[in-house]
Design a protein around this ligand. Sequence first.
Ligand code: G6P
Length: 369
Amino acid sequence: AAAEKGGYDHFMLKEIFEQAKVVKDTLMPRLPENQNRVVLDEIKLSKDELDNINKIYIVACGTAYYAGLVGKYLIERITRVPVVAEVASEFRYRDPVIDENTLMIVISQSGETADTLAALRLAKQRGARVLGVVNVVGSSIAREADDILYTWAGPEIAVASTKAYSAQLAAMYLLTCHIALELGKMTEDEFVSLRDELYQLPRKVNRVLSKAEKIKRLADKYVHSKNVFYVGRGLDYMVSMEGSLKLKEIAYVHSEPYAAGELKHGPIALIEDATLVIGIVTQEDLYEKTVSNLKEIKARDGKVLAIAVKGNTEIEKVVDDVIYIPQTHWMFTSLLANIPQQLFAYYVSTALGHDVDKPRNLAKSVTVE
Ligand code: G6P
């Protein structure tokens, strides 16, 4: 078993450290330098069919759903097609508005999650086109979707999803560029410069991973926090949801993700000196707003650990601790900003002596509704 973990203490840590490769494997085959388009020949959806799509649903569960929220934000903002993201267990029961002009994107690591599969079947029945973003080749969702975009994360053993999420985000970046190019919402020049950023992501993932020791020290420092909030705005808010889930899943520490601007409408009442707030501040246009929310927390004696973009040193005056991620295009910060959250949850869990790879009450794949 030790050999299977490749020298790491747990599968989860091994999988966290595989992320540069996973991102590379998912992106590179679709981004050849000699073609100024996203090569998704696996997807049969034509330009004409895309032109007729007037609404997109993104449906998934758990971590895959959080990747879907990032996808929703990017696809809608860049392509201007309205996108609704929803958890599969809710989507099915509310008689959603679906027709032949609907594109449904389902995201699933295992390709076997019962609620997601049932949502896919409902959408197909009602005439929607279904595109699956799936990790396990030949799984039920992969077989039943009309089109399939595989995430090349390889087998994920740890129950808590890490590398599969990064691969799903990479897939969302690809889809955003693909749909935008097809619909004429992105020029070739814009695409080429975004692609240059994507080429650099694997190397930047490794730069974040090299901070593991520092993140372990921060986990030890904050391990006994009473309440934990993960906050951000825009894409940072989407990322905060995944961070909070990881901490709950493997460390059994209760935490809540919150839209930073919404804190003052309730949760700020819980801020005291034993409260930890993890503030994600990677979005330039929302930076000042989130920082002012972080100041409100400091003014109430809360502890703030920020995840910010390198070069942005003035945040150090506001918060207790900062983890920096390398600079990248605003569309792609989610992948880098999430990695410190994974490592933080991992080290809090091990500091508390929990079984990281097999957290209590959780299953890798949930095949019951
Ligand atoms: C379970 C797993 C999660 C996963 C979710 C969705 O709850 O513990 O890690 O995100 O199912 O799984 P899927 O295979 O559909 O991505």
